[in-house]
Design a binder for this molecule. Structure first.
Ligand SMILES: NC(=O)c1ccc[n+]([C@@H]2O[C@H](COP(=O)([O-])OP(=O)(O)OC[C@H]3O[C@@H](n4cnc5c(N)ncnc54)[C@H](O)[C@@H]3O)[C@@H](O)[C@H]2O)c1
Length: 435
């Protein structure tokens, strides 16, 4: 630890989660249960992964908190906003992800997490009709209210630092519009003019978080912080931003599997991915405009791993299709099918089928924890703007497209970026050795 010059993780860490649905309550319950020694945070890199530091005789494999000062699970204090008034206990029960026996031991703590009124616009998620929302507020007034919420939470709970995580529903697709999203001044003007078309409610949360000195993480595929105006704000306030879309099931498999095809120089003629799921997320994504946001995010993964321009014989014109179907009987237990049409020597076709029976929120919860803890770390390390080292956790990693940057989607390259950032923040040399 002595080598790191990151500020220590002193005091409490406030984790304010936008959305108190399946993912957030599974995340919160898991953290609280782990704290009591009643569960294990399986799948969390910050709790389990070991990184090699130094070389030769000095070689050591250390956990993240042995390299850099990390906040502890005991330091976390939760708060949330949601469109529905159910507290975290009721919402965890309704979500039916976890069994009651895995929720009840922390019932009191969960009941105390009562959602603040959401900055919400029905046009951004038509399938939701809750009434725990701010009424009659312009976009700018929403920002002001959210800022006040953050300040109040900090004061009331004696919290030292805050991270804001979006784990709320996917909003309708907001295409980037240079005139509104291209600069901070333009975005602020649009908020003040209550431009509901170009300013999504999620942008109000991000703006409020960054302005109050809190990192912001976008866990849904919303384009919220994927715009130059937010990059400018994060530079101005010195805060990290990360996004977008938790890389949990199918896309995790895709970003780990596509490199097999690419590395062996096999050809690809098509990749068809379909899913059935029946939770509220599935319900929202059943709406075409909301699905569009997800589709853009999910489609982007392959293009930067199997690049047509680099290998025209192998990857030109492959057909990539992603579908999500709302199917209530499955609830959170999603099933994903991938059919991959590849070709080999002399163009002979072959097929690969992957059938992943996963649990969406069980896969997303450890990502919430890691993204929160690592964003807090990044803030203390003085890193601001887009945090590319967090691409490992995200389906559609942020990158500055105005500078021609390309996203890194290859899972193992993302892992190298993650390890090197931790090494550097810990005062060790970055390296690319395989281990
Ligand atoms: N579980 C996964 O594997 C996974 C992977 C990638 C992304 N995601 C994304 O994570 C998000 C959460 O997923 P989930 O399964 O928990 O969904 P969910 O529907 O159970 O929970 C989302 C909650 O957000 C609330 N909400 C919507 N708009 C809001 C707003 N403006 N302010 C405050 N609250 C708002 C809803 O009322 C709902 O309770 C979704 O956007 C989903 O696409 C999930």
């Amino acid at each position: 630890m002595s080598k790191s010059n990151v500020k220590p993780a002193q005091g409490k860490l406030g984790v304010m989660v936008v959305g108190l649905g399946a993912v957030s309550t599974t995340f919160m319950t898991g953290v609280l249960m782990t704290r009591k020694g009643l569960a294990k945070p399986v799948g969390s890199m910050t709790q389990y992964d070991k990184i090699r530091v130094s070389d030769g005789k000095e070689t050591k494999y250390l956990k993240y908190d042995e390299i850099v000062p990390m906040a502890k699970l005991d330091d976390i204090v939760f708060a949330s906003w949601d469109v529905y008034p159910a507290n975290a206990y009721e919402s965890a029960i309704n979500a039916e992800v976890l069994k009651e026996k895995d929720i009840n031991p922390v019932k009191e703590e969960l009941e105390a997490i009562k959602p603040l009124k959401a900055a919400f616009d029905h046009n951004y998620a038509k399938r939701l009709d809750g009434d725990n929302i701010m009424v009659g507020k312009t976009r700018w007034e929403m920002v002001e209210q959210l800022r006040e919420d953050i300040r109040n939470f900090k004061k009331e709970k004696g919290v030292d630092r805050i991270v804001v995580l979006w784990a709320a529903s996917t909003e309708v697709y907001v295409p980037v519009d240079e005139k509104v999203h291209g600069s901070l001044a333009a975005l602020e003007a649009a908020m003040k003019a209550d431009d509901k078309e170009h300013v999504a409610p999620s942008m109000c949360y991000a703006y409020a978080a960054l302005t109050e000195g809190a990192p912001f993480i976008m866990g849904a595929p919303n384009t919220t912080v994927d715009i130059p105006a937010m990059w400018e704000l994060s530079e101005k306030t010195g805060m990290p931003i990360a996004g977008k879309d938790f890389k949990t099931g199918q896309t995790l498999v895709k970003s780990g599997f596509a490199p097999i095809i690419g590395t062996r120089c096999l050809g690809l003629s098509g990749w068809f991915s379909t899913n059935i799921l029946g939770n509220r997320d599935g319900l929202v994504l059943d709406e075409p405009a909301n699905f569009r946001t997800k589709e853009v995010s999910k489609l982007s993964t392959l293009e930067s791993i199997l690049v047509p321009e680099e290998q025209p014989d192998l990857y030109t014109n492959y057909f990539h299709k992603v579908r999500i179907n709302y199917y209530p009987p499955r609830n959170d237990n999603k099933e994903g099918w991938d059919n991959i049409d590849i070709f080999g020597w002399m163009g002979y076709p072959m097929q690969i089928k992957i059938n992943f029976l996963c649990r969406d929120s069980i896969l997303a919860a450890p990502l919430c924890l890691d993204l929160v803890l690592l964003s807090d770390l990044a803030a203390r390390a003085g890193r601001h703007g887009i945090q590319r080292f967090l691409s490992f956790f995200l389906k559609s990693p942020m990158h500055d497209y105005t500078k021609g940057e390309v996203p890194v989607n290859h899972l193992f390259q993302q892992y190298v970026m993650l390890k090197n950032a931790i090494r550097e923040m810990g005062g060790y040399e970055a390296d690319e050795k395989i281990d």
